[in-house]
Write a protein that binds this ligand. Structure first.
Ligand SMILES: *Cc1c(COP(=O)(O)O)cnc(C)c1O
Length: 358
């Protein structure tokens, strides 16, 4: 029987060769490959600075610190995301304020943000879920009216666009290169910004607050990227346009072929990069039964996310007893299908056919 996993890192001889070169070079950490990767990534995003770090989580953490967000501050974000988005807000001592999501895009509902602004609000953290950007026109308008920073969780949205402008170029951006992301380095992350001062802070904070060698200007962390990761990242970045085109073609195939569940649509003016292809089970049907059946037939699925962040055990006290009905409903109705670029036409047809037989 066929076995199609929900995700599969795309590694070729080029990545292996690049890693071997680093191992032979004697420069293993935050060296020339990391610098090259940063330059290439900044260029791809259309920003002045890219700062490589150890993960998407540490990118978010430093982005918040670079915006000088800390205890007593509030950051508005979505409950329908990987918990790292909200955890990063907690790491700096601030409070995440959860706003419900749009039932079509599953991104933060921009119409609900303004009502959540208080005198303590310092920033909005939109999460570009599944590879589709949030409604940045409305988010930028609210941010401008209230003097708020924008910290984009672009971990699922490398190369995604809004009005043709790249994710990570609207405020300060955080990317992840975890193994299952659209481009990967095993673990790894990147911060993007046009703000020279924020970039400088991130560069220092990722290495113990160090500006010159062994001169420490502030408390910092070890959030460095290795050149082994950066070497993989450089190859993956070269291949990214092909990866993205492959995901878009696969999503287009599903959109034409799948009828039994509600399929996702790219919304104008977004360039969707399909980190996940996430469908919604029709009203009154059992999502978990559908997923089990697909898994029995050898088709990997994912549920992103089964419990909204405000209802996670670790977040209950912080979030309080709030109801976010759309996020709570979606947690029970969504599931994702394999959409990565290595899928063959035959595999896509099998998946679509199995889904249509649900
Ligand atoms: C993957 C991801 C993160 C965290 O990235 P890591 O590299 O795993 O730390 C944060 N937010 C979102 C939305 C993600 O998908």
């Amino acid at each position: 029987m066929i076995q199609i996993p929900i995700s599969r890192p795309h590694v070729t001889d080029a990545e292996k060769k690049a890693v071997m070169e680093v191992l032979d070079s004697g420069m293993l950490v935050q060296g020339p490959r990391t610098a090259q990767f940063e330059t290439a990534f900044a260029e791809m995003c259309g920003v002045r600075h890219a700062i490589a770090v150890s993960s998407g989580t540490t990118a978010l953490h430093l982005a918040l610190l670079a915006c000088e967000i800390g205890p007593g501050d509030e950051v508005i974000t979505t409950p329908f995301t990987f918990i790292a988005s909200a955890n990063a807000i907690l790491f700096v001592g601030a409070r995440p304020v959860f706003v419900d999501i749009d039932p079509v895009t599953l991104n933060i509902d921009p119409a609900l943000i303004e009502a959540a602004v208080t005198p303590r609000t310092r920033a909005i953290m939109p999460v570009h879920l599944y590879g589709q950007m949030c409604d940045m026109d409305q988010i930028e308008a609210v941010a401008a009216r209230h003097g708020l920073k924008i910290i984009e969780d672009a971990c699922q949205a490398v190369q995604a666009t809004y009005h043709g402008k790249k994710a990570g170029s609207f405020g300060i951006g955080a990317f992840s290169f975890y193994a299952t992301k659209n481009m990967m380095t095993g673990e790894g992350g990147m911060i993007t910004t046009n703000d020279d001062c924020a970039a400088e802070k991130c560069r220092m904070l990722r290495q113990h607050g160090m500006k010159q060698r062994y001169i420490h200007e502030s408390l910092g962390y070890n959030f460095r990227m290795t050149d082994i990761q950066a070497a993989i990242g450089l190859v993956q970045l070269d291949r990214l346009p092909a990866f993205t085109a492959g995901r878009q073609a696969n999503a287009a195939f599903y959109n034409e072929t799948i009828q039994s569940v509600q399929t996702p649509r790219a919304k104008e003016p977004c360039g969707h990069v399909w980190h996940q292809y996430t469908v919604q089970i029709n009203h009154g049907r059992d999502r978990d039964a559908a997923v089990s059946r697909l898994n029995e037939r050898g088709i990997g699925t994912g549920i992103y996310y089964p419990v909204p962040v405000h209802q996670q055990q670790s977040m209950r006290e912080i979030a309080g007893d709030i109801r976010l009905p759309v996020a709570e409903q979606m947690a029970g109705t969504v599931f994702s299908l394999p959409v990565y670029p290595q899928l063959t036409r035959e595999e896509l047809e099998i998946i679509a056919s199995e889904v249509n037989q649900l």
